[in-house]
Design a protein around this ligand. Structure first.
Ligand code: URC
Length: 303
């Protein structure tokens, strides 16, 4: 005789994904623009909805979307602060919502330069990188993650790759001078005790600058070393950050053989391959930093 095992509901969350929100602040002639894609996901007691079709606890995803727009009426400020307001709203408005995950991407706009100054109300999208933020609330614990992605960088020298093991499958030639390029994706976790006093926009600008400096500063023996240097630089300067995770493709640039055309090629004409690419991922952590709890749960694309 076989006994049937009991089937129960496991982890679950739900909400509205990628709510496109543009907030123009126009209380003076000099307008400003905040452009985000916001995702809200609630966690808590949603057992009856899944097991019995009882929606009494199901705050509609449409309501979640409307809440995002309504809270934006009072300003966004920073993605991290805005997500914390959403988290606070949902967990205090509905008893059974014990936590959730709120995420944003934000897209920067620069003022169009006209007659030597930034225009009051005309903007051009700045496509250098996409800013990311996540707030995870679980009971009394709140985790705030800053981040960025798609920040494409390249150094045309001061990078090499030597000393790796050679076996019968190794064809890669050692080099002490190559192009190194990557799309930086990084997410950093703020110490929960510091969150109340962090100026998230200022911290973001500074972290981005430090990442760029870290990429360029020293000779790179591998993307792995450069990744660590970048993370260490950020964490040395920002005590309020306890951890930074990276995912960085090694965007290979191959020197094209021009000898069939009777030409030399001292690393000037390159084939930029789009795949396959190396994929270098790591976390740089502050020893004895705060407990990450479930801050990284469900975070795709990072290890
Ligand atoms: O910076 C690099 N790291 C690697 O792990 C690697 N592997 C490889 O083939 N080229 C490179 N470059």
């Amino acid at each position: 005789m076989t006994t049937k095992s009991n089937i129960i509901l496991g982890a679950n969350q739900y909400g509205k994904a990628e709510v496109r929100l543009v907030k123009i602040t126009r209380d003076t002639e000099r307008h400003s623009i905040e452009d985000l894609s916001v995702t809200s996901q609630l966690r808590g007691d949603f057992q009856a909805a899944h097991l019995e079709g009882d929606n009494a606890h199901v705050v509609a995803t449409d309501t979640q979307k409307n809440t995002i727009y309504s809270l934006a009426r009072d300003g966004v400020g920073s993605p991290e602060a805005f997500l914390q307001r959403l988290a606070e709203h949902f967990t205090t408005s509905f008893d059974w919502v014990t936590g959730g995950r709120w995420a944003a991407e934000s897209y920067a706009w620069d003022r169009i330069q006209a007659n030597g100054t930034g225009h009051n109300h005309s903007f051009v999208r700045n496509g250098q990188e996409v800013r990311t933020a996540v707030v995870v609330k679980d009971g009394n614990a709140t985790h705030v993650l800053g981040g960025l992605k798609d920040m494409t960088v390249l150094k045309s020298t001061e990078s090499g790759f030597v000393g790796y093991p050679k076996d019968k499958y190794t064809t890669l030639a050692e080099t002490t001078d190559r192009v190194m390029s990557t799309d930086v994706a990084a997410r950093w976790r703020y110490n929960p005790g510091a969150v109340a006093t962090v100026d998230f926009n200022k911290a973001y600008d500074d972290v981005k600058a430090l990442l760029l400096e870290g990429f360029t500063e020293d000779y790179s023996h591998a993307l792995q070393q450069t990744l660590f240097d970048m993370g260490k630089k950020v964490m040395d300067a920002h005590e309020e950050i306890d951890e930074i995770k990276f995912s960085m493709p090694n965007k290979h640039h191959f020197v094209v053989d021009l000898s069939p055309f009777g030409q030399d090629n001292p690393g000037e004409v390159l084939f930029a391959a789009d795949r396959p690419y190396g994929l270098i991922e790591a976390t740089v952590v502050r020893e004895n930093g705060s407990d990450a709890g479930n801050a990284w749960e469900g975070m795709a694309g990072f290890c």
